[in-house]
Each structure stands twice: as C-alpha cells, then as structure tokens.
Design a protein around this ligand. Structure first.
Ligand SMILES: [Fe+2]
Ligand SMILES: [Fe+2]
Length: 217
C-alpha cells in the first residue's frame, strides 16, 4: 500500500459524510465536468512547479538523489493526471455530457491564498503542501463516492483514482521535505490542515468534488 510512508503525517481534520456523496452523485454529469477540470488543473500545477522550480529550490537536500529526481517525479504526477483526465472525459462523453468552458474551484483558490508568495523556499513549501492537501481531500472524497456510486463504471472510476491520489498526496509531502527541514514541514502541514478543514466547512454545496456538505433543513 502506498500508505506506509505517508502514515507518519497527520491526516485531514474532517471527514466527509455520506450526505455529501449522495448529493454529488445526483448530478453525475456536473460532477464529472468539475472533476475533469480538476484533473487538468492538477496536471498544469505539476508542470507549473517544474517550470518555476526546475531543480527544486536547491535547499535542504540539493545534492541528493531526491533533488535529482525532482522534475521526473513531478512529470510522473502530470502524466497520471493527464491519464485521469482522459478517463473522466471518456465517461463524461459516454453519458452525453460535455466539458464546460468555465471552471472555478473556490476551495482551491482559498487554499492557494494561504501560500506565502514571494517568500522564496517558504513559497515553494506552501505550494507543495497545498498540492498535498488537495490530493488528500480528493482521495478522501473518491473513497466516499466509491462507497455510494450506484453504477459500476463510476464505482470503478472512483475506487481506481483513490490509490493514485493517495500516492500523489504522499509524494508532495516527500518533495516538501527536500525544501524544508522535516519539523518545519510537519508544523506548516499541521497549520494548513486546520485551514483546510475551516475552508471546506464553509464551501457552498453543489455537484463539485470540493463542494461543502449539503445544508440540512
Ligand atoms: Fe488525478
Ligand atoms: Fe493527483
């Protein structure tokens, strides 16, 4: 299991309930459209990190093998995400849906607003940790969707993606440890976990991967 190394990191601070999955699955085409855009953005994010930091930041572990593999590992994330995008687009099309032109993800935008822009290695650290958070939450939500999807194709999609996104979640944390000392990574991760749970709890409901829980009453 991809878990062994990742288990040393604190988990997400909140758990998504069944009501969220049931509500999201009532509009599977909208959910797949949102999901396709998230995969596209995840690929762009990984490529963007290579573009801006071709060799990491030359920080903690610069001469190590870890740093030498930096760009290749990010490239492998981008490749996985493009593959996921293809799978989601195929399902969307098979069901008569189409990819929307506009896509907003306020949850991710609010997380990115926490990045210490212009702060050198701290900016890169934050970008890696925000990426890890989004992967961790996506993984958690795929798990919930796999439990509640009524049809086989969707169940297989969500169950299959869960493992891949968990691997990415751990990979971004490992990359973060090339940028900052482990204790600093753990401390910042802990603070960002608090923020992530707070942000998600105040997101509007809707058929989106990172939507808030349906409001009762
Ligand atoms: Fe993905
Ligand atoms: Fe991912």
């Amino acid at each position: 299991v991809a878990g062994a190394r990742g288990d040393e990191w604190e988990p997400l601070r909140s758990t998504t309930g069944a009501a969220w999955a049931e509500a999201a699955l009532r509009d599977p085409l909208a959910l797949l459209d949102d999901h396709a855009h998230l995969e596209r953005k995840a690929a762009q994010n990984a490529l963007g990190l290579i573009h801006r930091w071709p060799e990491g930041d030359g920080g903690v572990d610069a001469p190590s093998q870890g740093a030498a593999l930096w760009a290749r590992r990010l490239a492998s994330v981008a490749r996985d995400e493009v593959e996921h995008l293809g799978v989601v687009l195929r399902l969307l099309r098979e069901r008569g849906g189409r990819l929307g032109r506009l896509h907003r993800n306020p949850y991710a935008a609010r997380l990115r607003a926490l990045v210490r822009v212009g702060a050198g290695p701290a900016e890169l650290l934050d970008r890696l940790l925000v990426s890890a958070l989004i992967e961790a939450r996506s993984c958690e939500r795929f798990e919930r969707l796999a439990e509640h999807a009524a049809d086989d194709a969707l169940r297989r999609l969500y169950a299959g993606l869960q493992a891949s996104e968990r691997g990415h979640h751990h990979l971004f944390l490992e990359l973060a440890c090339l940028v900052a000392p482990r204790a600093e990574v753990g401390g910042r991760w802990s603070a960002l976990l608090d923020e992530e749970a707070r942000i998600l709890a105040t997101e509007a409901p809707g058929p989106r991967m990172h939507a808030g829980e349906p409001r009762s009453g």
